[in-house]
Design a protein around this ligand. Structure first.
Ligand code: GDP
Length: 207
């Protein structure tokens, strides 16, 4: 097991993404709980589980991957490998994989990776989730910093292999601003997902 101490829950929603995209902020908004994530990026390498005594459900914030200043490449790769293995091993329990991206920076980062001949982490993670049938939902965060919202979201769809316009992918592409507490699009998408799999008992976690 890449990570130990996973609580014994049969249903789970995981948050994945590069470091600094706002995953902890989003987790706080979703759960109303403040997490001590341990300060420095790359230092917290364990998943942050948020579970309840009664309901058989948890949110899990997985460690951020990708570039982090002061964290060497080998270690960054290891974090990503651990995240991928965690999702693979628990795929049957995971109702949704939320890929959190920085709406302001994501297109530039993707395009820069492509130019260098690399597969961008975000695109790779999105395809990986699709491949293992953990339906991805992309939480496009920090939209408060984006002026040309529709254009940005269409570009993101294009990079992820989804036909623009983005409005036809509202169950997959969710523009949010976690810091402003504006996460309704994501809560709606998760709620729809719960409903589809007949888990209306979980709607309380996204309303
Ligand atoms: P993590 O590394 O992905 O867990 O990211 P954090 O939650 O620690 O957030 C990284 C930085 O982005 C912090 O300075 C947050 O205040 C900021 N941040 C998070 N969400 C938003 C948002 O919706 N809008 C803006 N402008 N900043 C945000």
């Amino acid at each position: 097991m890449p990570f130990e101490n996973r609580p014994n829950r049969s249903t789970e929603v995981v948050l994945v993404g590069r470091s600094n995209v706002g995953k902890s902020t989003l987790m706080r908004e979703l759960t109303g709980h403040k997490f001590d994530t341990g300060g420095k990026p790359g230092v917290t390498r364990q998943p942050n589980h948020f579970d309840w005594n009664g309901p058989d459900f948890m949110f899990t914030d997985l460690p951020g991957f990708g570039f982090m200043s002061g964290v060497e490449e080998g270690r960054r790769e290891q974090i990503k490998t651990d995240v991928v293995r965690y999702v693979e091993e628990n795929a049957d329990q995971i109702l949704a994989g939320v890929l959190v991206v920085d709406g302001k920076a994501v297109i530039d980062i993707i395009d820069r990776h492509h130019e260098r001949g690399n597969i961008p982490h975000d695109v790779e993670m999105f395809q990986f989730l699709q491949e293992i049938d953990v339906d991805p939902i992309v939480a496009v965060n920090k939209m408060d910093k984006v002026d040309d919202e529709d254009e940005r979201l269409d570009e993101l769809c294009d990079r992820l292999g989804l036909f623009p316009p983005w409005q036809q992918w509202q169950e997959t592409i969710c523009p949010i601003s976690a810091k402003r507490g504006n996460i309704e699009t994501l809560e709606t998408a998760l709620g729809d997902r719960f409903h589809e799999v007949k888990r209306d008992d979980l709607l309380q976690f996204v309303s």
